[in-house]
Ligand binder design. Sequence first.
Ligand SMILES: CCC[C@@H](CC(=O)O)C(=O)C(=O)O
Ligand SMILES: [Zn+2]
Length: 322
Amino acid sequence: MADIDYETKYFFPVKPIPRLSCRDPEALRLISSEKPVVLTDAKLCDSALKWNLDYLAQHIGPAKHVVFASQCDEFKYYDETKISQYCPNFKRPTQRLEITFQEFANKLTQWNPGQEKLYLQQGLNSSVGTVIAADFVSFNWPWLNAQTKTQGWGTLTSNLLLVAMAGNVTPVHYDEQQNLFCQLVGHKRCILFSPDHHDRLYPHPVYHPHDRQSQADIFKPDFDKFPGLRQISAQSAVLGPGDVLYIPIYWWHHISSLHNHPYTVSINFWYKGASTDMVIYPLLDRQKVAIMRNIEKMIMDALKKPTEVDQFFQSLILGRYT
Ligand SMILES: CCC[C@@H](CC(=O)O)C(=O)C(=O)O
Ligand SMILES: [Zn+2]
């Protein structure tokens, strides 16, 4: 299909993420060097290509599912556990609901413009019905297990089932896990930025509920507040059914559901990164981000006050490390 993505105007340079066969040595080289690639023929979740709204409502079972509601198209993640300690006045950008899949499907089919947008984001667990479980068992685990073993990744921590309404946006953020992202129904536009964008995408502080999320909006850039935005550059791809995008650990990503279908269905595979990282100099950009996170956590444990951090670091480096 025509890559819808290039009809979008960006203020920053964008290159296409390579689309390769999972048997192409170049694809494996990109994964080994922790660079994004779209695998077009992994057949990772072919048994789930039929997971449309009716099928899921019919077979996923009566358990409650996590659904976020938003007054706009954005669904910016926040860590509930970080609100009480340092940000008691934090305004949640979305409301977290727990409803059955059928209730969710009914809301989607009866949705009218002006009503709140919804995004189902549920970790697949043993509550799914036997039909869904059978589809899950039929995933291409032999290929997946061989791949993750070759790459030395850690355990599979979760599979998130994602059912988004057309237009839903997950704003720019990074995760601390390797991610094989499978598109099942509809199309998603994915914009990725390498981990060395830490000082150009301005993540919220680690103690903040929006830890790992960018403070900036790449579609409404505030260059005065975030001048580093002028130096960002991205790779992007539009994913369709059957595509598998490798989102490397610590890579920033912005993901949105396109309007060529009323909703999208995706499933991700989050893996812990390789356990023993050989410390080879120069450090990898993601290693520097991990070190920065640890320093932030230590400083906040010591100072307890976010307002003292800036002065602390100024005193530490100004005039001494130039
Ligand atoms: C809860 C976020 C899911 C996903 C983004 C999206 O598909 O909207 C993502 O960021 C990831 O898989 O890491
Ligand atoms: Zn993510």
